[in-house]
Design a protein around this ligand. Structure first.
Ligand SMILES: NC(=O)c1ccc[n+]([C@@H]2O[C@H](COP(=O)([O-])OP(=O)(O)OC[C@H]3O[C@@H](n4cnc5c(N)ncnc54)[C@H](OP(=O)(O)O)[C@@H]3O)[C@@H](O)[C@H]2O)c1
Length: 244
């Protein structure tokens, strides 16, 4: 395994001893978030939730009660500073044409990529501390940008990520009233070497393929640099703003 490209992010903008909750810790990017946070001296506690985690950290995005139970366990010993939603699905053979549209595939994409993160927000935004900067971030994707879409295709995945982006904007507006220092954003991780991207990597320039470690570190550095004026938007791993 090669050394990460960038130094570890300091997370100096968040409170010392910060408490972080990562959803999707079994995934390539989620696991890298957990590792980066665990190695950061500013972090007091990292909670790693996934379908395969042991109780009380096990949840399924399609089971709201399991999401509520994880959120309750996470806030048992104090408010949260950082919530990262690193779950997501790209179903096999993404559509190349309207002829391939399948309501079952679309329902699953919306359930996992948009409704699940919305339910996580429902059960965690009220657990964020109110007296300092906090971050709620969902991993979205550049292909969910309507403005940036020039290639078409991948209808269900693109549309579900666009729905997620709209939810993030809405949640950010509501969260601002609770805490003016809060940051609620969508993130594009870049093209990252994970199980999700593996079937499509032959079409990717190897120079553009990032390790999960590099992507996670860069996204954490980006979140560290964002302020209240940056909330409700889609940010790339390298700190660039992507239009919705
Ligand atoms: N990799 C890329 O190049 C790339 C590019 C753009 C955006 N993204 C986005 O990045 C995010 C993370 O993906 P990744 O690349 O790290 O892929 P990954 O390794 O396949 O991770 C996906 C994660 O989502 C979880 N998940 C899926 N369905 C779930 C459900 N119903 N309930 C609970 N957890 C569920 C998986 O859990 P299990 O382990 O239990 O299956 C896993 O933890 C996704 O939102 C993806 O769309 C990735």
């Amino acid at each position: 395994m090669s050394e990460p490209l960038d130094p570890a992010p300091t997370l100096a903008s968040l409170s010392p001893g910060l408490r972080a909750l990562v959803w999707g810790a079994s995934g390539g990017i989620g696991g890298a978030f957990v590792a980066a946070l665990g190695a950061n001296p500013r972090v007091g506690k990292v909670m790693a939730a996934s379908r395969s985690a042991a109780a009380p950290w096990t949840f399924d995005l399609e089971n709201e009660a399991s999401i509520a139970a994880v959120a309750k366990a996470a806030a048992a010993d104090g408010p949260l500073d950082l919530v990262l939603v690193a779950t997501g699905v790209l179903l096999p053979n993404p559509e190349k044409s309207w002829r391939h549209l399948d309501p079952q595939v679309m329902s699953r994409a919306y359930a996992v990529n948009a409704i699940g993160p919305a339910l996580i927000a429902k059960h965690t935004l009220g657990l964020l501390r109110r007296d300092a900067k906090t971050v709620f971030a969902c991993i979205s994707a550049r292909v969910g940008s309507i403005e940036d879409n020039r290639l078409g295709g991948w209808h269900a995945y693109r549309a579900s990520k666009a729905a997620l982006d709209m939810l993030v904007r809405n949640l950010a507006i509501e969260l601002r009233q609770r805490n003016p220092h809060a940051v609620c954003v969508a993130l594009h991780p870049g093209t990252v070497d994970t199980a999700l991207s593996r079937p499509f990597q032959s079409a990717v320039d190897p120079a553009r393929l990032q390790s999960p470690t590099d992507s996670a570190r860069r996204m954490l550095a980006t979140l560290d640099a964002l302020g209240p004026g940056d909330t409700g938007k889609l940010w790339a791993y390298d700190g660039a703003l992507i239009p919705f």
